[in-house]
Design a protein around this ligand. Structure first.
Ligand SMILES: Cc1cc2nc3c(=O)[nH]c(=O)nc-3n(C[C@H](O)[C@H](O)[C@H](O)COP(=O)(O)OP(=O)(O)OC[C@H]3O[C@@H](n4cnc5c(N)ncnc54)[C@H](O)[C@@H]3O)c2cc1C
Length: 129
């Protein structure tokens, strides 16, 4: 159980998510962006993180893009590790994310969460270097 109450927001545009973050921050709600939620939920249960308001970014279309466009690979921050591995547009990244945690958690962990999280592994960063 998460031992504190928090507000939940799910904006559908990047602009709304950023505006929300600034509004909630100015109200001292200690907002956090939320993707797969695996780290937030695990750490909140252990009293290792607090937020009065979380902003779920998974409904933002740009953060769900995974495509090659004019020789550029575009990888949205809200893509799950499972989707990255299955679509396999970047084989080294696919190989790397398949080794993170386990299959069930790979369905939830996102690329943005792995890069921005506070748990130090951040293994998906290596192929992007
Ligand atoms: C059981 C377990 C096993 C794990 N095993 C591994 C492993 O083997 N290798 C490894 O590298 N990592 C591992 N991790 C770490 C994991 O990848 C990170 O904790 C990651 O943050 C989880 O991603 P998420 O999408 O669930 O993040 P969330 O829980 O949603 O968010 C985590 C943090 O990242 C921030 N954040 C999330 N998305 C964004 C975004 N788009 N923009 C800005 N900030 C954002 C949040 O504000 C929050 O501070 C494991 C974690 C767990 C819980």
């Amino acid at each position: 159980m998460i031992p504190f109450d928090f507000e939940y927001y799910k904006p559908s545009t990047l602009a709304d998510s950023i505006q929300l973050f600034h509004e909630l921050d100015s109200l001292n709600k200690q907002p956090l962006y939320y993707s797969g939620g695996t780290e937030f939920i695990s750490m909140a249960r252990m009293h290792n993180v607090y937020s009065g308001a979380i902003i779920d970014v998974k409904a933002i279309p740009e953060l769900n893009i995974y495509e090659i466009n004019d020789d550029e690979l575009i990888i949205g921050a809200a893509l799950s590790l499972t989707r990255i591995a299955e679509e396999d547009l970047f084989p080294l990244l696919s190989l790397t994310v398949r080794r993170i945690a386990d299959h069930t958690i790979q369905d939830k962990i996102t690329l943005g969460g792995n890069i921005a999280g506070t748990i130090i592994f951040r293994e998906s960063v290596l192929p992007l270097w």
